[in-house]
Design a protein around this ligand. Structure first.
Ligand code: ATP
Length: 380
C-alpha cells in the first residue's frame, strides 16, 4: 500500500468510527430517555403524550391519561389565565391532576417547547408544583401538573369571603417562607438558573398542608400570554414588575402609547432598561407579594389608582411613620407586631428601586427564617 492509500484508509476508519460512536451515544441517550419517560402516540389527533416516570406516576399509563384528558369538559375547568385554561383531571377517587391547556405558540417556539418541558420536568422541590408530563398536538399543548387542593394564594386573599376562612398570621408567614424557598431554589439550585418572571399570588398555589408551591415557572419564556389578561407585552404582570428608567427613546414611545391605549398607570419596567429578565426582578415581585400577604390589598387596587398612589408608596408612608398596625389586613386577626414589622422591612428591601440593593432570594429566605428562630432563642 502506498502512503496516500494508508492516509485514505486511516481517514475512512476515523470517519466511520466517529459516525458509529455518535450513533451509539444517541441510542444510549434515547434508551436512557425512554427509561425516564412513557411516550404514547395518539393516532386520532396526531399528538404525542410524554409522561415523566416518578413514584406518583408508576401505576398510570399514558394511554389511560390521554383517554381521560380527551374527555375533559367545561365542567372540569378550575381556572384560566394568560397562557390558557386549567382543568381538574380525576383519575380515580384518590388521584387527580391539574391539566393546563396552552394556547398554541408559533412553530419556532414549538421546536424549543419540548426541550424546555424536559428541563421543567427535572425540577423537583417541595415548594414547586411538579410537572408530570405533557401532550403536544398540532392545535394545542397540554401540561400535566400536581393538583393543588387549596387553590391559589390569589383566591385565598381576594376570593369571595364566604368561600374560605381568612388566612391567619401563621398561615401567611408559612406561605411567605414556602414561596421564598421555591423561588430561591429556581435561582440558586438549578443549572442553568431559572428566572420565574411572573411571581404573583395566582402563581403561588397551596397544597393539602397549606404549604406554598410556586407554579408557572418557565412558562413566561415558553409562551406569549394572550393579551386579554393583565399581562405585559414582555413576560410579567402589571403591578409586579420592578420600576426602571427607560433609556431608549423608541421603547419609551412604545410604552407611552401602550399606557394610553390601555388606560393603565404602571411602573416603567426595569426589564426594558436591561432588555432581559433578572433574578432581582423576581425579588421585586416577591416583595409585592409580601405586601399583599401583609395588607390584603392588590398592587393595582382601584382605590390606589383613584388616589393617584400605589400599594408600594402607600405602605412606605405607613412604615416610615411606624404605623404598620394600620396597614395590616384586618382579617389577619391577632398577630405579633414585631414579626409583622420584620416582614414589612424584608418586603422593603426586596422593593429597593436599585436592583443591586435588593437581597437575593437565598438571603430573603434566611431573613424570614430568622424571624421565628430569633424568637425561639429568646424563649429558650
Ligand atoms: N396545579 C394547579 N392546581 C390547582 N389549581 C390550579 C393549578 N394551576 C392553576 N390552577 C388554578 O387555575 C388558575 C389559573 O391558572 P393560570 O396559571 O392558568 O393563570 P394565572 O396564574 O391566574 O394567570 P397568568 O396566566 O396570567 O399567570 C389559578 O389561579 C389557580 O386557581
Amino acid at each position: 500500500m502506498g502512503n496516500s492509500q494508508v492516509i485514505a484508509f486511516c481517514i475512512t476508519v476515523s470517519c466511520v468510527a466517529f459516525v458509529a460512536s455518535k450513533i451509539i451515544i444517541s441510542v444510549l441517550l434515547y434508551k436512557r430517555w425512554q427509561r425516564k419517560h412513557q411516550v404514547f402516540q395518539d393516532g386520532m389527533a396526531g399528538g404525542k403524550m410524554v409522561m415523566f416516570r416518578s413514584p406518583t406516576m408508576q401505576y398510570l399509563t399514558s394511554d389511560v391519561f390521554l383517554k381521560k384528558t380527551m374527555r375533559l369538559t367545561n365542567k372540569d375547568i378550575i381556572g384560566s389565565g394568560g397562557y390558557g385554561t386549567v382543568y381538574r383531571l380525576a383519575i380515580d377517587d384518590s388521584t387527580s391532576f391539574a391539566v393546563k391547556r396552552l394556547n398554541k405558540g408559533s412553530a419556532e417556539r414549538d421546536r424549543g417547547f419540548e426541550r424546555e418541558l424536559e428541563a421543567m420536568g427535572d425540577i423537583k422541590h417541595r415548594n414547586i408544583v411538579t410537572l408530570h408530563g405533557y401532550y403536544t398536538a398540532p392545535h394545542y399543548n397540554l401540561l400535566i401538573y400536581d393538583l393543588m387542593p387549596n387553590g391559589s394564594l390569589d383566591k385565598l386573599l381576594y376570593g369571595r369571603s364566604n368561600e374560605k376562612k381568612p388566612l391567619d398570621w401563621p398561615s401567611r408567614y408559612k406561605i411567605a417562607i414556602g414561596a421564598a424557598r421555591g423561588i430561591a431554589y429556581l435561582h440558586h439550585d438549578c443549572i442553568p438558573q431559572i428566572i420565574h418572571r411572573d411571581i404573583k399570588p395566582s402563581n403561588i398555589l397551596l397544597d393539602k398542608n397549606m404549604d406554598a408551591r410556586v407554579s408557572d415557572f418557565g412558562l413566561a419564556t415558553l409562551m406569549q400570554p394572550d393579551q386579554t389578561h393583565v399581562s405585559t407585552f414582555v413576560a410579567g404582570t402589571f403591578g409586579y414588575l420592578a420600576p426602571g428608567i427607560v433609556r431608549k427613546p423608541l421603547v419609551h414611545f412604545f410604552f407611552l402609547y401602550f399606557f394610553l391605549e390601555n388606560d393603565l398607570i404602571v411602573p416603567i419596567a426595569e426589564y426594558f432598561d436591561t432588555g432581559r429578565a433578572t433574578a432581582k426582578g423576581d425579588v421585586y415581585s416577591f416583595g409585592v407579594v409580601l405586601l399583599e400577604l401583609l395588607t390584603g390589598k392588590r398592587p393595582m387596587d382601584e382605590a390606589f389608582i383613584e388616589e393617584g398612589t400605589k400599594l408600594v408608596t402607600w405602605v412606605k408612608v405607613i412604615v416610615d411613620t411606624e404605623s404598620e398596625e394600620f396597614a395590616i389586613d384586618s382579617r389577619v386577626g391577632c398577630c405579633p407586631l414585631d414579626e409583622v414589622k420584620c416582614v414589612f422591612s424584608i418586603a422593603f428591601m426586596c422593593l429597593q428601586p436599585e436592583p443591586s440593593n435588593r437581597p437575593t432570594m437565598a438571603e430573603v429566605v434566611k431573613m424570614l427564617e430568622q424571624i421565628k428562630s430569633a424568637k425561639l432563642e429568646l424563649v429558650s
